[in-house]
Ligand binder design. Structure first.
Ligand code: UT7
Length: 329
């Protein structure tokens, strides 16, 4: 039987805006407290992009670092996938802007919308193109500038989010390595639990939609919390079982960084020591599609993932969507 090519990550990069917004500063902006934010979410500070910075600007910086680590030039890329819910524009795709600015002349490019699961979805799409031998080098970026779609007077949401970008180059790797297993899911019936209602073809942007704040992100926090706990626990356990691994086999789990309480409940459900779970929510808040690739780049740089490590990425978020990548580094 013809053996399929394996797809693996051969380089990672990330970029975070310099401006830090601490809980203490937020206390002066809305009716909240450092103590509430830390105890309910685990967040201490987050990064916020400048007024003139858009998703493609953060993406390009993360991408350049990933390409350097992968030791390939932008002109070698076959495809660029940008996972984001905060693109520069509705269209053209942010991926096309990135393609132009990087000089990735032969690359196809498209955006992928799966919210906080976007990077995991992106890796699984890239995996298919590599496995089928259609493409050799694919750049997957997870990027968000959530500060631009957050209502800064709404304490329920504005304390949670941050801006950033992470990137990974996916390419053929030796058999037995790379993405071993992927599973994606969605439940559109929960779409209204986390959404941006205005500005699309359902509620086009008008002065009244803006007056009513429909251009801001809305979230039913406690419902999303329950969904997230379920995904992080049951879905992860079931998927590992289905692909023949035990929880003890995991060297590092990188979950979407939405709330430290969600991560801790997963650790308990999985019976996985907290040292095996990468956490950076205290420094960056929830960066939606960027959370996992930024964490991945940190873990690789700090050598918490080394050749042979079993890495599990788990995302969940708006859509509702969820997904898991099981990767042998
Ligand atoms: O990335 C996509 C996925 N997103 C998520 O996974 C987010 C999931 N949800 C969460 O992380 C949590 O639901 C939140 C952090 C958003 C909220 O935590 P919670 O424990 O579910 O709090 P709550 O919404 O039930 O609110 C508890 C109380 C309320 O006051 P009352 O009604 O009990 O008097 C809120 O008004 O906390 C109040 N509250 C705040 N107080 C101080 C809500 N936000 C704040 C705040 N500061 N920023």
């Amino acid at each position: 039987m013809e053996s399929k090519t394996s797809a693996g990550i051969i380089g990672t990069g990330s970029y975070l805006p310099e401006k830090v917004l601490s809980n203490l500063k937020l206390e002066k902006m809305v009716d909240t407290s450092d103590d509430w934010i830390r105890s309910r979410t685990g967040i201490v500070e987050r990064r916020i992009a400048d007024r003139q910075t858009a998703a493609s600007d953060l993406s390009i910086k993360a991408a350049e670092r990933a390409l350097e680590k992968a030791n390939i030039g932008a002109e070698e890329l076959d495809l660029i996938i940008v996972a984001t819910i905060t693109p520069d524009y509705f269209f053209p795709a942010t991926a096309c802007i990135v393609q132009d600015k990087l000089g990735a002349k032969k690359a196809a490019a498209f955006d992928l919308l799966a919210a906080c699961s976007g990077f995991v979805y992106g890796i699984s799409v890239a995996e298919q193109f590599i496995k089928s031998n259609a493409y050799k080098y694919i750049l997957v970026i997870g990027v968000e500038v959530l500060s631009k779609i957050v209502d800064w007077s709404d304490r329920n949401t504005c304390i949670l989010f941050g801006d950033g970008a992470g990137a990974a180059v996916v390419a053929p790797v030796e058999e037995g390595k790379g993405v071993l297993f992927t599973r994606l899911g969605a439940d559109g019936s929960g779409g209204d639990l986390l959404m941006l209602p205005g500005g699309g073809s359902r509620i086009p942007c008008t002065s009244s939609s803006v007056e009513n704040g429909l251009h801001y992100l809305r979230m039913s926090g406690s419902d999303i919390f329950k969904f997230a706990v379920k995904i992080m626990g049951e879905f992860t356990v079931e998927t590992l079982k289905d692909c023949g691994f035990e929880v003890e086999d995991i060297d590092l789990l990188i979950p979407h960084q939405a709330n430290l309480r969600i991560i801790n409940s997963a650790a308990k459900r999985l019976d996985l020591p907290v040292e095996k779970i990468w956490t950076n929510i205290h420094r960056f808040g929830n960066m939606s599609a960027a959370s996992i690739p930024v964490a991945l780049d940190e873990a690789v740089s700090q050598k918490r993932i080394v050749p042979g490590s079993l890495l599990v990425l788990v995302g969940f978020g708006a859509g509702l969507t969820w997904g898991i990548n099981v990767i042998r580094w």
